[in-house]
Design a protein around this ligand. Structure first.
Ligand code: F6P
Length: 328
């Protein structure tokens, strides 16, 4: 028989993402609705290790649905990678009588949750929260949509000045190992080229494409580069390379950086966070554990951590073809 769940813990871990507060709110409110105690841990796994926590009732999460960041703060904990760290965390959860945890974060968070639940009798459910959208088991992660809109807004502004000065801009977007942000904003903002970690486009192709656009009468261009792009050069090196080989181009670089992780979440991210977290709490109460909750074809589905972490939820490379056609 599944153990009775009387207290559920929640934390946010890894790189923060817009919508994490909406997620915390949904966990706390669902717990209140089902008469379950809710405890929030600060700074992800580190707060669990240190026992740094607060009790969350329905009112403690008022007015946070619209705010970026995370009221529980976030961190990447080195200590939790060690058995000793996890032991401390388990001890604190036991002292606080926490029966189950909702872990909001990316793949590193899920990996930590998987090991932890194998070692200790704690039911764990992962909720995908990262701007990178690089988690199998969901079509969308919380924060990704907001980040896309932040990036599009920035590129549109850069395009104005690029056009006034007839310049070529290299714009670096986040996504260490994944090109979701680059690919979708590149198409959405009408970029000349999109460079992503999943595909080696080659420097020759980049030069050819830029020469072609000059010939076709374009006076300004945007190249969107994912921070982990496969050509292996960072955005400044790419800009130097193009300047050396195509001196006609007046090249500038913009690194969008952490601006992509902030801001008020879009309606999509708020709704996604709300749906996933209500389901996470309900599933824990139903005895579910060691799974992640995700949105697949607009249905909320559970995927085992093992499958979710193993499978590659690849970017849609068809978008590269679309981009090629539309940058003619
Ligand atoms: O995983 C989310 C992410 O924003 C990545 O896109 C990026 O590479 C990384 O976090 C940056 O991490 P930090 O905030 O530690 O610099």
């Amino acid at each position: 028989m599944a153990k009775e769940i009387r207290t559920i813990g929640v934390m946010t871990s890894g790189g923060d993402s817009p919508g994490m507060n909406a997620a915390i709110r949904a966990v706390a409110r669902a717990c209140a609705y089902y008469n379950v105690k809710c405890i929030g841990f600060y700074r992800g796994f580190q707060g669990m290790i240190e026992g740094d926590h607060c009790v969350l009732n329905a009112r403690s999460v008022r007015n946070i649905i619209s705010s970026g960041g995370t009221i529980l703060k976030s961190a990447r904990s080195e200590e939790f990678r060690t058995p000793a760290g996890r032991k401390k965390a388990a001890r604190h959860l036991k002292e606080l009588e926490v029966d189950a945890m909702v872990l909001i974060g990316g793949d590193g968070t899920f990996r930590g949750g998987q090991i932890f639940s194998e070692e200790y009798d704690i039911s764990v459910i992962g909720v995908p929260g990262t701007i990178d959208n690089d988690i199998a088991g969901t079509n969308y992660t919380i924060g990704y949509d907001t980040a896309l809109n932040t990036v599009i807004d920035a590129i549109d502004k850069i395009r104005d000045t690029a056009s006034s000065h007839d310049r070529l801009f290299f714009i670096e977007v986040m996504g260490r190992d994944s090109g979701f942000i680059a690919l979708n904003t590149g198409v959405g903002a009408g970029a000349e080229e999109i460079l992503i970690p999943e595909e080696d486009m080659g420097l020759d192709r980049l030069l050819e494409s830029l020469k072609r656009s000059k010939r076709s009468g374009k006076s300004s261009s945007i190249v969107v580069v994912s921070e982990g792009d496969k050509i292996g050069k960072n955005v400044f090196e790419l800009a130097d390379y193009v300047t050396e080989n195509l001196p006609d181009y007046d090249v500038r670089v913009t690194v969008l950086g952490h601006v992509q992780r902030g801001g008020s979440p879009t309606c999509f991210d708020r709704t996604l966070a709300s749906r996933l977290c209500v389901k996470a709490v309900e599933s824990l109460l139903d005895g579910e554990k060691n799974v992640m909750v995700g949105l697949l074809n607009n249905e909320i589905k559970m995927t085992s951590f093992e499958k979710g972490l193993k499978e590659d939820h690849g970017v849609n490379k068809e978008l590269l073809r679309i981009s090629d056609i539309l940058s003619t």
